[in-house]
Design a protein around this ligand. Sequence first.
Ligand code: AP5
Ligand code: ZN
Length: 216
Amino acid sequence: MQIIFIGLPGAGKGTQAEFIQAKFGIPHISTGDMFRAAMSEGTALGLEAKAYVEKGQLVPDEVTIGIVKERLSQGDTARGFLLDGFPRTVSQALELERVLVERRRRIDLALHLDVDSGKLLGRLTGRRICRYCGETYHLMYRPPQEEGSCDKCGGPLYQRPDDTEETVATRLEINVKQQKPLLKFYKMRGQLRSVDGEAEMDKVFEDICGILASLH
Ligand code: AP5
Ligand code: ZN
């Protein structure tokens, strides 16, 4: 099962990808998570990505494509993968297609989590993440049982630095522009399906599972 998630910032890609990874055991590959890990480790990749991620801009294609290619060459992707946040541009999509053709593989599904961009500011500014285990919460839609600490591991919750109002506005503007041609690209290839990402999290997951079941 080779799946890509397409969705604006805050559409629920990371949330649903974690549900899918838990249920189907396929690796969840998030370019955003890879950049943040590299930034906190202070690697050369992290230093390069930092300037873009902090401003909410896209990291240049050659850098992003490079890390995805390397990740896809790892053994745990043999049974499938779920790409979250990649591709985000048509040139990334073309490059992914090329790499998969070389390996005699193809995308089974490009899943669009459809949420109106006007709904996303609140989702992003209210998001909180566990510093220890990475679990994602929302102050209103998925609050932790105890304020400020993770239900799973008790770790402290933090807010992503790019989840401020100003940076969110930049992220939304850039991603709205990039998403349209990307949706067209996968629609033309007959790989695109959409779910209503404005529904409650459990309902979105149910809809995704329905689509996955129909693929077999
Ligand atoms: P990345 O980390 O991928 O950020 P993003 O695309 O902006 O997406 P998010 O992680 O913010 O949102 P999400 O859709 O995963 O939402 P979530 O499930 O957390 O990328 C970060 C940066 O890295 C980019 O800005 C760029 O600089 C760089 N980058 C990454 N990939 C790149 C690429 N391919 N090319 C170039 N640069 C790249 O949900 C959000 C909140 O809403 C949570 O609090 C959650 O609890 C809540 N929520 C989720 N679902 C629902 C629901 N159904 N109802 C109510 N609340 C919900
Ligand atoms: Zn935790």
